[in-house]
Design a protein around this ligand. Structure first.
Ligand SMILES: [Fe+2]
Ligand SMILES: [Fe+2]
Length: 298
């Protein structure tokens, strides 16, 4: 990923001050070790499932949460699963990877609540909704191989959590502007902070050492960089975010359904007619997002 995400380019600007402040934050959220271990293991398709299961089970708290999620009605399994290995055999390694990532992210940033008027529950519902829509479109369009669309969706707006946690006074001003001028948070952030949740989120994702395509999706989902080799992921998230907003799945902080950039349709080889055709299935995915949120935050 480009190393200039967090490099101030103008001295004494609000932007520079914000970037310096973020760099100095000592308690930025960290992902559990099990997350990095599982990501590394799964990059090698030859890793035996029982090794992945053992790695996950080394963290009992994560294991408990994973089994709880797997046994929720979200997966609709006929019998209760009581081991991670059994879960991998039944659901496949990719699904388990997604569950590990979601659970890890929720453990890192999902629980705390800051009193800044930013509705975290609605925010996570939005994020999971975007993740499920992105996973559906990713499969239909044959992009990627590892269901990373789901994760990209879950974390695309993670920068808003950083703003909520560390820049809460500025967030109050951003939300005021969103309400008064009926603009997107993305635009209000740039007026107040001179930087958006995209760059801030990409900073955190880089610290977490997430794969480049995920960092790119976070960084560019509001403005596609067609030159980027990962433009498909950012495009996938731009469109999934718009669909989630159209159907009012939770809230990303404002209620505006953003325009889709023309490049997105070309990059994804997608048309509005195709979306129309898949509409019922997409709504089915949205239904699942409500159940999934309940399982993750319970
Ligand atoms: Fe966003
Ligand atoms: Fe969003």
């Amino acid at each position: 990923m480009s190393s200039n995400i967090i490099e101030p380019n103008q001295e004494n600007s609000v932007r520079s001050r914000i970037l310096e402040e973020l760099k100095d934050v000592r308690d930025l959220p960290t992902l559990p070790t099990v997350f990095l271990n599982v990501m590394t293991m799964m990059r090698n398709p030859a890793t035996p499932m029982k090794d992945i299961a053992r790695t996950i089970e080394a963290d009992p708290a994560i294991t408990m949460k994973i089994l709880r999620l797997i046994n929720s009605s979200f997966y609709g399994l006929a019998k209760t699963v009581d081991s991670v290995h059994q879960a991998i055999v039944l659901l496949g390694a990719n699904t388990i990877k997604n569950v590990v990532i979601s659970v890890s992210i929720f453990r890192a940033v999902g629980q705390d609540q800051v009193d800044s008027g930013f509705d975290r529950t609605a925010f996570w519902q939005h994020s999971i909704g975007v993740g499920l829509i992105a996973r559906f479109l990713e499969k239909r369009l044959g992009i990627g191989r590892s269901e990373e669309g789901f994760i990209a969706g879950v974390i695309h707006d993670i920068g808003k959590i950083v703003i909520d946690k560390y820049l809460s006074e500025e967030l109050v001003e951003i939300m005021k502007l969103v309400r008064e001028q009926n603009i997107e948070m993305y635009d209000a952030e740039q007026i107040i902070l001179e930087i958006s949740h995209c760059e801030i989120g990409a900073f955190l994702a880089s610290k977490w050492k997430l794969p480049d395509n995920l960092v790119d999706a976070i960084l560019n989902h509001h403005q596609i960089d067609p030159e980027s080799e990962h433009a498909a992921y950012a495009s996938l998230i731009q469109i999934s975010n718009a669909i989630a907003r159209k159907y009012k799945v939770g809230s990303g902080g404002d209620d505006i359904v953003p325009e889709i950039e023309p490049a997105v349709w070309d990059i994804l080889e997608l048309s509005p007619e195709m979306l129309e055709e898949w509409d019922e299935e997409i709504q089915g995915e949205i239904e699942k997002s409500r159940e999934m949120l309940d399982a993750l935050i319970s």
